[in-house]
Design a protein around this ligand. Sequence first.
Ligand SMILES: Cc1cc2nc3c(=O)[nH]c(=O)nc-3n(C[C@H](O)[C@H](O)[C@H](O)COP(=O)(O)OP(=O)(O)OC[C@H]3O[C@@H](n4cnc5c(N)ncnc54)[C@H](O)[C@@H]3O)c2cc1C
Length: 411
Amino acid sequence: MTIAEETTNTDTPEQAQFRAEVRDFLAANAKPRQETSPWAINAHTSEDEAREYFEIGCRWQRTLFDNNLAGLTYPVEYGGRGGAPWMEAIYREEAANYDVSSGFISATMAMLLPTLMKHASDEQKAHYIPKMLSAEITICQLFSEPGAGSDLASLACKAVRDGDEFVVTGQKVWNSAAQFCNWGMLLTRTDPDAPKHKGITFILVDMSSPGIEVRPLVQPTRASHFNEVFLSEVRIPVANVIGEINEGWAPARTVLSNESAFIGGGQGISTFERLVMLAQQFGLVDDELIREELAVAYTREKVLGYMSDRILTAVRARQVPPMDPSILKLYIAASKVQTGNLGMRIGGADAQAGSAEETIWLQHELMNRFGISIGGGTNEVQRNNLAERALGLPKEPGYDKNMSWKDIPRS
Ligand SMILES: Cc1cc2nc3c(=O)[nH]c(=O)nc-3n(C[C@H](O)[C@H](O)[C@H](O)COP(=O)(O)OP(=O)(O)OC[C@H]3O[C@@H](n4cnc5c(N)ncnc54)[C@H](O)[C@@H]3O)c2cc1C
């Protein structure tokens, strides 16, 4: 029984009607998952492949938008459907049976759309939200710098006001898909005299602006997930500032919190199910130790699903989540270690050196688990967040918190 079949019995008439609409839409526009391999991976070994995957995702987002299925919980005046959070859950349940995804932009939409709802002016919401929902604007995240990762508030990318524009100079790094996106959400330093959290401005930038250079970083897999982005005297209209000038830390935190919720949310086909298939294939499905680990993987996947539903339902209803999203991100990072180790035990040498479709999937699972414990804030930083925000433990000393940013020693 699929997740969708499990849940239809409890639908209200309104929910059943929406489910039928989604089913009809998917049947008419998408390829059922059974027709695609369960071992398909979305890691790429060439720039062309990666661009194609990015563009397929954008086209799918456009199809959703054209069928009034994008931004289900966003207001109608901003291009959304104005619906309830349960619509997102029904859409996800049904779409899990199809080979569909908006790809990379689903991550930055999950981060920036709630941020715009909370911090942008009505005019900005009316301008950006429909364009993002239709994938006309695709957003990358320009936060990290060579000297500012975990300690993001120490960022140095300088923005100086010149009339109605900011002139921005600096360097960003680890910017996922920046080579494909046409806009960026950028954190800049606008007041070097203020304490580090106080002189930051959050601004949206058109990536085709003169002075922006995007250099892909090639990984050992030959893919370029990330980029370095250099900004040399880039002129950005002051009208693109989200929130207040020098108060950009507030929208930045909204982005980061939604990033943790998104990364922890987990999408697509179940890793547990694939590990069972792998165990069957390697003749280990009756092995007691493997079964015990499979049970752990199953339990963790279910717990993650429930936590994710609770957090995302609150986010979509624009309410405070019932638990800190950091816990979700930490949990999935630990789950990826457990399932990666289990996959290695099942696949043995084949898991590391094999070239069959399923072993290549396994190799990617093993490699990708490192990124998930770093991107969007490392495990250590998420633990700090939980300690301070959820458990109320004393904050880190933060000797430089009240110092002027320009007086903080930097390497
Ligand atoms: C897959 C992936 C995608 C990413 N995408 C983007 C993107 O699109 N845009 C973007 O701007 N950035 C992106 N990043 C960058 C990411 O946000 C940073 O790598 C991350 O914040 C860590 O910063 P750092 O790499 O500078 O490491 P550092 O901050 O230098 O950390 C080094 C080590 O020190 C530890 N550490 C640091 N401070 C503390 C502390 N206070 N307490 C305990 N331990 C600490 C860290 O946990 C880590 O182990 C991405 C990273 C990955 C892996």
